[in-house]
Write a protein that binds this ligand. Structure first.
Ligand code: 1BN
Ligand code: ZN
Length: 331
């Protein structure tokens, strides 16, 4: 029995099945791939198959080491408060730089005017080469809220930063057949007094300004923001400020990995470090769990502690993010 695929090659059915099976298993023996892959390769009409055969996702499947990511979260929390101007803030900055010592790293240092005075801030950017035009940005903020006593930000600050450091491990020295991947650790996300467009997102606003001027913004295919991703009871918001095709891409990835029940139970608009880039028409998504404890009771309180988190949540968000990157690679 023969099938004719669009590129004009003739393949036996067994050959296609074998090829497809090997693609689905990826390099980490991943779970079953969903039927709804993008970039399908239609089979010629009139033959046996009526279903489209998915074209290969060129990038090898990656998976995060969630236990290691959790250790990175614990290390940050051990520094204590990490608000601007605290010893913990300097410690977490040094920690990120030390973990990225083998990567190509740049720092965007600037002075921010805040309602409580001027602060030296620094965005940290690790760049991983690709084989295609464009840039995929994956980001987190590493500062923590200043205004709440004893606030250590296990979820809000440490979880996404720990996961982003683990994502760096997954790109380190491995082929990346897609656009460049830049991992961005934003400083100064939190408000000093009350969250507003002028008192919040200092680091992301500064970097968006730079990237608008130097033309980088136009090269960004997608910006994926991770924030508050460690809650044991994981519920990723369907942020309706985020770009629709990216929200759909993440749902495809979640479904592929069997994690769809952790995504999009609630839809609302979220203002966060992606906002300055959305204003520049950069496709963005905020992967945020803004349902932290019943009615979000742990958010921005001293109860945002390690016991509320689980490595499984980091696994889910990490693996779905890496799968989404593979899909963005072939868009
Ligand atoms: C997320 C974590 N944010 C601050 N810390 C951004 C945010 C602010 C999200 C207000 C929703 C409402
Ligand atoms: Zn916060």
């Amino acid at each position: 029995m023969k099938l004719f695929v669009q590129r004009g090659e003739t393949m036996t059915f067994a050959c296609i099945v074998a090829l497809y099976a090997s693609l689905l298993s990826g390099c980490n023996g991943a779970k079953q791939e969903a039927q709804s892959e993008k970039n399908t390769m239609p089979v010629e009409q009139g033959q046996l198959a009526t279903k489209a055969i998915p074209a290969p996702l060129e990038t090898p499947r990656r998976t995060v080491d969630a236990e290691r990511a959790m250790r990175y979260v614990q290390d940050q929390v051990a520094f204590g408060r990490r608000a601007l101007g605290t010893p913990g803030h300097k410690k977490v900055q040094d920690y990120i730089l030390a973990k990225l010592k083998d990567e190509k790293v740049e720092q965007d240092k600037f002075t921010a005017k805040t309602p409580v005075g001027d602060f030296e801030m620094s965005n940290i950017i690790a760049k991983f080469p690709g084989t295609k035009d464009g840039i995929i940005v994956i980001a987190s903020h590493y500062d923590t809220l200043a205004s709440v006593k004893n606030f250590v930000g296990a979820n809000d600050g440490a979880s996404s930063t720990g996961l982003l450091l683990e994502i760096a491990n997954q790109f380190h020295g491995k082929p990346n057949p897609g656009p460049e991947v830049w991992l961005v650790f934003f400083d100064g996300e939190e408000a000093f007094k009350t969250w507003s467009s002028s008192d919040s997102t200092y680091g992301s606003r500064h970097l968006a300004g730079l990237w608008e001027k130097d033309g980088t913004a136009k090269k960004i295919k997608a910006l994926i923001l991770l924030d508050m991703v460690g809650d044991k009871d994981l519920n990723i918001e369907n942020d309706d400020n985020s770009t629709k095709w990216l929200r759909d891409t993440f749902m495809e990835s979640a479904q592929t990995l069997g994690y769809q029940s952790y995504f999009y139970k609630r839809e609302q608009g979220v203002d966060d470090d992606h906002t300055p880039f959305l204003k520049l028409d950069v496709p963005c998504i905020d992967i945020i769990d803004f349902d932290y404890g019943y009615n979000n009771v742990f958010w921005h309180t001293a109860d945002d502690t390690l016991d509320k988190l689980s490595p499984k949540s980091l696994q889910i968000v990490g693996d779905v993010t890496l799968d989404a990157v593979r899909r963005i690679n072939i868009r």
